[in-house]
Design a protein around this ligand. Structure first.
Ligand code: AKG
Length: 293
């Protein structure tokens, strides 16, 4: 893993924002070269999916398990500007659980008064878990196209709604909805409990975004069970951990150090105290008096 990651650990300002608001905007995460490489691979996936499923050019293309489609997507797993934020939120016992590419072509007229469908992430855990719900996972939206204008249809969120145990009342317009407006190359992290929905793309350009989700390792992947050997074989130990790999049969629940090479790497580069702190529950973190630097 790139040692440069260490300079992108979460600041206290970022932590406070994520904890209170449930999301974090990280500008300039993808440089022009990486953006071009991701766009080339994503455009190819889009072309292939459209022809495979007979989607016409105006239809939305939604592709899960994108991570296996090109090596450039694997590079995003431990991207220096984003993985440190993940380990500072969820700790070292993490994996990637979903990769979702969405191409949303211009849709001049939307007849849907509530486009995109408001939801929290998670499938069955949402109705089946007790309240208040735990965080469990987060997603990073890597924006591959510009959504800086409202008509580009950026993701809509209700800041702070990750702390709500009831769905928002959407029977009339709300004034607390925020539609994100950011340039291509920006990453937006959000807590899975955040109520969110797709915006309406009435602009002239296709809206392109790749979502990478991270969760604790004791959850199953959402769009994969076991990664193919040919994918795991080209990954270093930390990427293998992030792809859901493990060594010991009990290691998804009770990891040994060989199950979680990210932990060993962090002990080496950030120290044992730091690793212990990011692996703790919130109330235990508070006991430490905060300040993770
Ligand atoms: O495309 C979007 O803006 C929203 C996608 C979404 O709802 C999700 O990834 O859960």
């Amino acid at each position: 893993m790139d040692i440069a990651s260490l300079q992108y650990c979460m600041t206290e300002v970022q932590r406070e924002h994520f904890e209170q608001q449930g999301y974090l905007v990280v500008p300039d995460v993808l440089d022009a070269v990486m953006l071009d490489r991701l766009l080339e691979a994503s455009d190819r996936v889009d072309r292939f999916e459209r022809s495979r499923s007979g989607l016409d050019a105006q239809a939305m293309m939604s592709k899960f398990r994108t991570i296996v489609e090109d090596d450039v997507f694997l590079e995003l797993l431990d991207w220096p500007q984003t993985l440190p934020l993940v380990w500072d939120i969820l700790g070292w016992n993490v994996q990637h659980y979903i990769s979702h590419l969405i191409y949303y072509p211009p849709e001049p007229q939307s007849t849907d008064p509530n486009p995109g469908g408001w939801h929290q992430d998670g499938g069955r855990p949402v109705p089946e878990m007790e309240r208040p719900q735990p965080r469990l996972s987060l997603k990073i939206a890597f924006w591959l196209s510009d959504i800086s204008q409202l008509d580009n249809g950026g993701i809509r969120i209700i800041p702070g709604s990750h702390k709500w145990d009831r769905p928002p009342d959407l029977s009339s317009p709300r004034d607390d909805v925020l539609q994100l407006q950011v340039p291509a190359g920006t990453a937006v992290l959000f807590d899975r409990r955040m109520w969110h929905a797709r915006g309406h793309n009435s602009s002239a350009i296709t809206r392109k975004v790749l979502f990478l989700g991270y969760s604790y390792r004791w959850l199953r992947g959402l769009d994969y069970n076991v990664m193919p050997d040919e994918i795991l074989e080209k990954c270093d130990p930390i990427r293998r951990q992030l792809l859901g790999d493990g060594v010991d049969v009990k290691g998804w629940w009770q990891p040994t150090d060989t199950d979680v090479p990210l932990k060993t790497w962090l002990v080496e580069h950030k120290g044992a105290d730091y690793v212990e702190r990011i692996g703790q529950k919130q109330w235990e973190r508070e006991k430490w008096g905060q300040v993770i630097d």
